[in-house]
Design a protein around this ligand. Sequence first.
Ligand code: COA
Length: 224
Amino acid sequence: MLSAHSSAFRPGRSRSLRLSERLWDLDWSQHLPWMLDDVTVELGSFADALPFIQAHYARIFNAEGNAGRFLGDPLTSAKRRFGDEMDVLMLRSAGATIGLLAAHPLDWSTYYMRTVALLPEFRDRRLLTRLMHLTYEPLRAAGVERIEGDCSPANTPMMRMLVNEAFLVTSTINSERWGSMLRFTKFLREEAQEVFARQYCALPSKASHPLRRPLEVVPERGNS
Ligand SMILES: CC(C)(COP(=O)(O)OP(=O)(O)OC[C@H]1O[C@@H](n2cnc3c(N)ncnc32)[C@H](O)[C@@H]1OP(=O)(O)O)[C@@H](O)C(=O)NCCC(=O)NCCS
């Protein structure tokens, strides 16, 4: 007998279910939209994301006028079908898309955040940090045990966000597609983080420390 989870379609719905819906019954539309100041986070689709990607990604990832920077990755029908499997969260302000986050399951308990980008004028307002926070509980409740994502070691804002959010470096990747990247993992199951720290790390990881107060820097006065 087919269980509710084994069907690719739900009665009354015309579109195919995304992978996270089929695996975990995770329906982001039950949680969204979220408001972050003047920005709303809405559930979108890969088709919704494409115009933003096509209009802005080359500039955002510094590939504009620099065709050889990344290996060409044309929009094949397989890529489009893969895109349709992803969860796409669209960030919108004043009716326009200003950023997006696209993610998908990597396996039965791992969620992979594949891409995130904001227009420059919307950066450094803690939008990504706050958005990440909002995703943890729905993912945990759906049974996701870890979130993973890749980041260039030179990408300071992303590196800061990941380390501040208690993501740990769990591997390094050198690929013909993106170059040298660090793979980060955030454990949503506390005991998994403890096991990782106990068995594989010389020092306890940040999540087992109480949060530190932000560093206060007081400028020193010179002698006059
Ligand atoms: C990565 C990105 C999505 C971060 O989004 P954001 O909303 O600006 O990030 P936040 O405001 O939450 O900031 C995260 C951290 O980076 C810091 N930060 C933000 N902009 C920074 C900058 N230009 N230089 C240094 N640090 C910066 C913030 O202070 C914060 O650290 P803190 O909490 O220790 O103060 C955004 O910078 C972006 O779109 N970059 C281009 C695309 C990209 O690199 N995507 C990720 C690929 S892995």
